[in-house]
Design a protein around this ligand. Structure first.
Ligand code: FMN
Length: 170
């Protein structure tokens, strides 16, 4: 409970108080947060499309909701924002090639083993965990949109996750 302060107040950290956050500084500070790495996939005009994303996170257990955020200026923004169904693949520790491949090229499927799931979403044959989703909500969030997915099916493998931090893989 927050009653009358019993303790002496510490001095405020005024050096870090600013009304303008420089983008590079923000990116650098955010890079200190280690994340897993995912590849998000959907079908677009009858062809498979993929994109690397580390903004994936859990939202709700009941109903089962997850999210990721997609940059509005990305060439692949429109297909993912419009996709009714998509799959999120958590990558294994030894799948940094897929991370880099799908960051550069939405058609990196040419280089890997994949198949269509039972709702016609292209999915990777191998990953640590897979969340098949239908779009639950799309929220405007600055230069990104937050895509919330309701998980309709999932699968998981054993092994260690690929970890991304400070611009590199751990
Ligand atoms: C480790 C990693 C994580 C990424 N995470 C995201 C993400 O969460 N959201 C996003 O919009 N782009 C993310 N990107 C960038 C995209 O994968 C892609 O490279 C970028 O959006 C350019 O896409 P475009 O070719 O469609 O313009 C990430 C890239 C890397 C290497």
């Amino acid at each position: 409970m927050c009653g009358t302060a019993k303790f002496k107040q510490p001095p405020k950290d005024t050096d870090t108080v600013t009304d303008h956050i420089a983008t590079d500084q923000l990116r650098h500070a955010l890079a200190q947060f280690a994340t897993g790495v995912t590849v998000v996939t959907c079908a677009h005009n009858g062809a498979p499309l993929g994109m690397t994303a580390n903004s994936f996170n859990s939202v709700s257990l009941d109903p089962p909701l997850v999210l990721w955020s997609v940059m509005k200026t990305a060439g692949r923004y429109a297909p993912f924002a419009a996709a009714d169904r998509f799959s999120i693949h958590v990558l294994h520790h030894d799948q940094s090639d897929l991370c880099l491949g799908f960051a550069k090229n939405g058609q990196y499927f040419d280089q890997i083993d994949w198949h269509y799931n039972d709702t016609d979403v292209p999915v990777l044959n191998r990953c640590l965990a897979r969340f098949d989703c239908e779009q639950f909500a799309l929220h405007d969030a600055g230069d990104h949109s937050i895509i919330v997915g309701r998980v309709t099916q999932l699968s998981q493998d054993t092994g260690r996750p690929l970890i991304f931090s400070q611009g590199t893989f751990l």
